[in-house]
Design a protein around this ligand. Sequence first.
Ligand code: SF4
Length: 217
Amino acid sequence: MKYKLEKPVHGTIGNSKYQCTIEWRNGKFVADEPTTIGGKDTGPDPFTLLLSSLASCKLITLRMYIDRKGWTIDQVAVNANLYQETKEGITTTIIDCDILFISPVSDEQKMQLLDIAKACPISKILQGELKVRVFVYREGDAKTIKYANEEVTVLWKPEFCQHSTRCWTQMPQVFKPSLRKWIDPGGASAEKLEQQIAKCPSGALVFIKNEPENKTQ
Ligand code: SF4
């Protein structure tokens, strides 16, 4: 099992209806709800975010294909929207994407680009078998085990670990799952260890550079 994202998308909400802060690998943005349902419309709502994911994936996939073919098609646009129908208790969601080639394209190019756009990775996710798993933790629930040497401390929260195997396959000199004391922080330089821990997809591992007063005796 290998997660698609090196770092999970991390979202938080406080008391301010309904502004959420979403952190991704290179920054943050805000999500909200429209005023019609009690939000302040300070950022895209969850449906807009879902459609944005699909629209951007189609545009990026088309751009990659167009460039690979060496075609001169400078501008492409996508409009995406959805509606839902409920029949006999079953709700079906229909997403419509209209692709507009602002630069001229031949009929043959249009048909090829249609096939490419239909098969973009996010379309495949939405139309393939999809499971959403939800786990619940309370702050403080997770047991934390500490592994330290003079220079660094590694914290491991077993309840968060998703057993992706990434740490021990990529850095076996530090992460040794067959041993009871399975993390040896001295097995790699602090810099390399920090880089490896940043790749943990679940947040189960935390890297701390010891301050002089925190050094292990
Ligand atoms: S600690 Fe992180 S990288 Fe290691 S197995 Fe668990 S989830 Fe994967």
